[in-house]
Design a protein around this ligand. Structure first.
Ligand code: FMN
Length: 139
């Protein structure tokens, strides 16, 4: 089935757009596939960027930042960089106050997926405080 602009968008796409439009800040937790953006994440953003006239409500000037964790050594550094032109095109307001790339994720999370590394937990807390301040408009 082809779902295009004429036929309307799936309900999940509209729901995601509404959730983003209602938030002060958008924290994208990105994976990394063969360095840049995994197709499924890009596909989600592509869906919610249509129709173009909705971009003002959903994206323009909304605070955004990226974090991520991978089993490799670069902790989504490539993927986070690859997102930047997309965020710029959609006129999001990117926070550049800090960076968080979590490498060797298998040593940082326990078997249940909990963040078990105290140092990274503290870094994440500081990072989120900085982003929340930015998104709240007080930076
Ligand atoms: C097709 C594919 C490409 C990947 N490429 C990278 C990569 O370039 N850099 C990296 O750090 N991790 C890479 N990964 C690992 C993922 O970012 C992710 O951490 C991992 O897939 C999560 O574990 P899971 O696949 O068992 O859910 C890749 C994974 C897949 C499936």
């Amino acid at each position: 089935m082809i779902v295009g602009e004429k036929e309307g968008t799936p309900e999940a796409v509209d729901a995601l757009k509404d959730r983003i439009a209602a938030c002060d800040g958008l924290l994208l937790v990105t994976p990394e596939y063969n360095n840049p953006i995994p197709g499924i994440s890009k596909n989600a953003i592509d869906w919610i960027s249509r129709p173009p006239q909705d971009q003002l409500r959903v994206f323009h000037h909304r605070s955004v930042r990226l974090i991520g964790a991978t089993p490799g050594y670069f902790g989504t550094a490539f993927s986070q960089t690859a997102w930047l032109p997309v965020l710029r095109l959609l006129k999001l307001r990117v926070w550049f106050g800090d960076l968080l790339w979590v490498s060797r994720a298998m040593k940082v999370f326990d078997a249940d997926g909990n963040l078990a590394d105290e140092k990274i937990r503290k870094r994440l807390g500081q990072y989120l405080e900085g982003f929340a301040e930015f998104a709240g408009g007080s930076e």
